[in-house]
Design a protein around this ligand. Structure first.
Ligand SMILES: NC(=O)c1ccc[n+]([C@@H]2O[C@H](COP(=O)([O-])OP(=O)(O)OC[C@H]3O[C@@H](n4cnc5c(N)ncnc54)[C@H](O)[C@@H]3O)[C@@H](O)[C@H]2O)c1
Length: 390
């Protein structure tokens, strides 16, 4: 079954671009938000995104006109009564989302696929806002920003999701030019779970005085293919939001030390240094402010890379061990969701599983901290001389 009529609730940064990619694929989309003014602004922004893409040769004027003609806007969810698939992209708040799902439950046709674009709320928890019968049709579709450019979509089934529904939703994403991967309903899903390892280690390196945020940002951009460095990204998201997420993640992992939040970030929040939105965080955004230039030191670059890459590979190995996604999907997660030049498991094979395992063990012994605990899978593979792709 191919989905032809979509609804998207929430015309913010994510929802409006989700509407756009489906409209570009020729689907009829209704985009909903709470005010017509907000919707008009969203459509204006989409028009600008399309213009910028046209000037760079990605789309034609015809594509733009065709896509915009496919998008209708509304402030009343009752207009969704004939939709075949609805994607929710409202604020990241369990209660706000819950109210939207309760309303949709009374409006949508019985077989409508219902998805949430949440980044951090359990899909099974959100499913509970729907009647029992509807829960089979509910799942997570986690898109990445900017949606018109990032190919990855994490497809997350809740405990009761019908496998056929997950396949229909994944196929709709493929038709919109996306690359779907199947991911378990766990904290951070696949990509963010692996990125937590990177953020934690980046913060730790700065706390130890081993290097500056600028050094790490440039290292991650050059060595890993990050579009923006982790400190730039934290400043962009805002430390209040980011710290709250890391605290809740730590709690969700039953206080596993691998996910312990950073005191540096806590202090930034307490001092009101929230990043871009307050004018200062790790970087100073005041006009004319001079930020420290990264150190040009090859050895330091290698130290940063070696510490971060083994933490990332360890998390990818543990994700495989816990069946969070398949080997191929875990690697696609990082190449299509974050722009990595290769997947972490492939990277692990190239570096040598035993070398990665030994490096983690050295850190584990040196620091005596559980955060460097190697995944059981790495240990077992190293002992048996196995690789991820043999
Ligand atoms: N920003 C990202 O990089 C990113 C990436 C992946 C997933 N997400 C997730 O996508 C969702 C949306 O994020 P965003 O960054 O687009 O947020 P946003 O704040 O830009 O947009 C949210 C929109 O939802 C609208 N809204 C709120 N309550 C509503 C309601 N009851 N009915 C209709 N519209 C309502 C708001 O008016 C706003 O336009 C969140 O769940 C977020 O976690 C965000």
């Amino acid at each position: 079954m191919s989905i032809g009529k979509l609804g998207v609730v929430g015309a913010g940064m994510m929802g409006s671009e989700i509407a756009l990619v489906f409209a570009l694929a020729g689907k009829a989309v209704i985009l909903a938000d709470t005010s017509q003014e907000g919707l008009n602004n969203a459509v204006k922004k989409l028009s600008e995104v399309l213009d910028s893409g046209i000037s760079r040769g990605f789309w034609t004027e015809e594509d733009k006109l065709g896509a915009l003609a496919q998008i209708q806007t509304t402030t009343v969810l009752e207009d969704f009564a004939d939709r075949e698939m609805v994607i929710e992209a409202v604020f990241e708040d369990k209660d706000v989302k819950g109210i939207v799902f309760e309303k949709l439950d009374n409006i949508l046709p019985a077989n409508c696929v219902i998805a949430s674009n949440t980044s951090s709320i359990s899909i099974t928890v959100l499913a509970a806002n729907l009647s029992d019968e509807r829960q089979k049709n509910f799942l997570g579709l986690h898109f990445f920003s900017p949606v018109h450019r990032m190919k990855l979509v994490e497809v997350i089934s809740a405990m009761d999701t019908n496998q056929k529904v997950a396949e229909i939703a994944a196929m709709a994403c493929v038709e919109a030019g996306k690359v779907p991967i199947q991911v378990k309903d766990v904290v951070g899903f696949a990509v963010n779970r692996m990125l937590f390892a990177l953020w934690n280690e980046a913060l730790r390196l700065v706390e130890e005085g081993a290097c500056s945020p600028e050094d790490i940002d440039i290292g991650c951009k050059l060595g890993l293919g990050h579009p923006v460095g982790p400190f730039e990204l934290m400043d962009f998201i805002g430390h209040d939001v980011n710290y709250a997420v890391t605290e809740s993640v730590f709690k969700e992992f039953y206080f596993d030390p691998r996910f312990k939040p950073s005191i540096t970030q806590k202090r930034l929040v307490e001092a009101g240094l929230l990043g871009r939105k307050s004018g200062k965080g790790f970087y100073d955004y005041a006009e004319g402010a001079e930020n420290v230039a990264p150190t040009e030191d090859r050895e330091l670059g290698e130290l940063i890379f070696n510490r971060i890459i083994v933490m990332l590979i360890n998390e990818a190995a543990d994700s495989l061990h816990l069946n969070i996604a398949s080997r191929e999907d875990l690697d696609t997660a990082m190449t299509r969701g974050v722009n990595y030049p290769k997947g972490l498991l492939k990277w692990g094979d190239e570096m040598g599983v035993t070398q990665v395992y030994n490096r983690l063990n050295d850190l584990f012994e040196a620091y005596g901290e559980d955060r460097y605990r190697p995944s059981y899978l790495l240990k077992k593979m190293s002992e048996n001389g196995e690789t991820f792709y043999n």
